[in-house]
Design a protein around this ligand. Structure first.
Ligand code: SAM
Ligand code: SF4
Length: 466
């Protein structure tokens, strides 16, 4: 079988039945589902459906506490940081929720030149970022798809005094096999594409034209990426378009499909909620708006359903919501983001060309100070993919929990780099105390590695990792 041609079977009728059959679980059924979740082996569809029904405050507390324990056991106190880099808002698709949609005249169109991209990267590097998520609409300027490849090269090639980008993740529309092969050669980190909604009828009603209107082309993208050796892939749902309960079960079917065909699932899951966007009614009035409490439930349930998959929380959410979801399962966050091409260099032009509005406007230093103040270790680690720990290799290490003896030392050493090279005095003082405390609490090999790496960084070495 050619896996690329294989379209994941999102069984809508099956999902409806699962939701219906588990719609009114008794207290024991909920307890049993939470007990299975505690084993950190993932969850079946039935258990996910059961957890999705929880509304009783005590059960909700139990759900959040279980997710918190699982998160802590697997990820410890690390939070990986990145910045999105919008290179272009040209787009041929008509996605009703997005300001970049082709027919929206209210947005100023722009594809950055390579020089402009380098300028944006310099600014991000000077803030201390090491990981970029490159984002574009689905229409490329003169050089076509080569524009995407050129832009990745520009990002990696752009260096400043103390700054460099060590991992470029990419969020661009689904590619052909040939294009995925070319993308792979550019040493990208994760390839991301969100299905937006797994519900076909809803999908058709919000994607009116352009290539993205083809549900199958999009849902089969991860299979093509994996077939071409891009081992780290990121999936997501745009919450607010359809019932979130359906979406998380459908996403689970997508994940199980990838696991069955490739031996491992996605590296990350993103959980964007619809935010207001210029020229979009649906973005301002989501048809299935997700409440804050349901949103926290989504994060907690995903943490339990796929314990070893990273969960990404963007600056679409407010600082408060972001804080609340760290404990529930989030492992990566963006910070200091702009969603308009050129937005880092030209801060005043944001209103006319951004994709959607943001909930968290704080700069990187402020986010880091806040996160560190809560006891989380901001990490800029890029060790895994540079040492080839991707796809199945990553999952093999992650599942027994070994990954912690790499991630924790790499987190404290890259955080120490940030503190020495970029942090404000206040952040440096909070961060340095945290690093010393965290190393003091580490055990065995992780502690030895962490001590060694942090000492090297404090003596002036950079980019050391294990
Ligand atoms: N154009 C490509 C695509 O659609 O796959 C890649 C990037 S698109 C700019 C990134 C993501 O932004 C989309 O997949 C969608 O989930 C999200 N997005 C679009 N409009 C949004 C809105 N109004 N609020 C929140 N997220 C939105
Ligand atoms: Fe274009 Fe992506 Fe926005 Fe759709 S979500 S209009 S494909 S940029």
């Amino acid at each position: 079988m050619n896996p690329a041609a294989d379209i994941p079977d999102i069984n809508e009728a099956g999902i409806a039945t699962t939701l219906e059959q588990n719609a009114r679980p008794d207290a024991k059924r909920v307890r049993d589902a939470l007990a299975r979740a505690s084993e950190m082996k993932g969850l079946h569809m039935d258990d996910v459906a059961v957890l999705a029904t929880i509304s009783d405050p005590d059960q909700l507390g139990e759900l959040f506490a279980t997710a918190s324990r699982v998160k802590d056991t697997i990820y410890g106190r690390r939070l990986v940081l990145f910045a999105p880099l919008y290179i272009s808002n040209l787009c041929g698709n008509e996605c009703l929720y997005c300001a970049f949609r082709a027919r929206n005249k209210e947005v100023v169109r722009r594809a950055l030149t390579q020089e402009e991209i380098a300028r944006e990267v310099q600014i991000l590097e000077q803030q201390g970022h090491k990981r970029i998520l490159m984002v574009a609409g689905e229409a490329y300027p003169d050089r076509g798809f080569q524009y995407v490849l050129d832009s990745i090269r520009t990002i990696y090639a752009t260096r400043t005094d103390k700054g460099e980008i060590r991992r470029v993740n990419v969020n661009v529309a689904p590619l052909t096999l040939d294009e995925f092969r070319l993308l792979k050669e550019e040493r990208i980190g994760t390839y991301q594409v969100f299905q937006e909604t797994y519900h076909r009828q809803t999908y058709a009603s919000v994607h009116l034209s352009g290539r993205k209107a083809d549900f199958n082309w999009r849902v089969s993208a991860m299979g093509r990426a994996l077939q071409c050796g891009i081992n780290d892939v990121g999936i997501g749902v745009l919450f607010g378009l359809f019932d979130w309960r359906f979406e998380i079960l459908a996403m689970l079917q997508h994940i199980r499909h990838l696991e069955k065909h490739f031996g491992f699932g996605p590296h990350t899951i993103s959980v964007p909620r619809l935010e207001p966007a210029t020229g979009s009614d649906i973005a301002t009035h989501p048809p299935f708006a997700v409440s804050d409490v349901d949103f926290r439930k989504i994060v907690a349930i995903l943490r339990l359903a796929v314990p070893y998959t990273g969960i990404i929380m963007s600056t679409r959410e407010t600082a408060r919501m972001r804080r609340e979801t760290f404990a529930l399962g989030v492992s990566q966050i963006s910070a200091g983001s702009r969603t308009n091409p050129g937005g880092y260099a030209e801060t005043s032009s944001e209103a006319d060309s951004s994709q959607f509005s943001l909930g968290d406007h704080r700069d990187l230093d402020e986010v880091i100070r806040d996160v560190a103040g809560m006891g989380y270790i901001p990490s800029f680690c890029t060790g895994c993919y540079r040492l080839g720990r991707t796809g199945a290799d990553f999952m093999d290490l992650a599942k027994p929990g070994d990954i912690k003896s790499h991630c924790d030392p790499n987190a404290v050493s890259t955080f120490t780099e940030y503190l020495l090279d970029f942090a404000s005095p206040e952040t440096r003082s909070i961060g340095t105390a945290l690093v010393d405390k965290v190393i003091g609490e580490m055990q065995g090999v992780a502690r030895e590695r962490a001590r060694k790496l942090v000492d090297q960084v404090r003596q002036g070495r950079r980019d050391v990792y294990c």
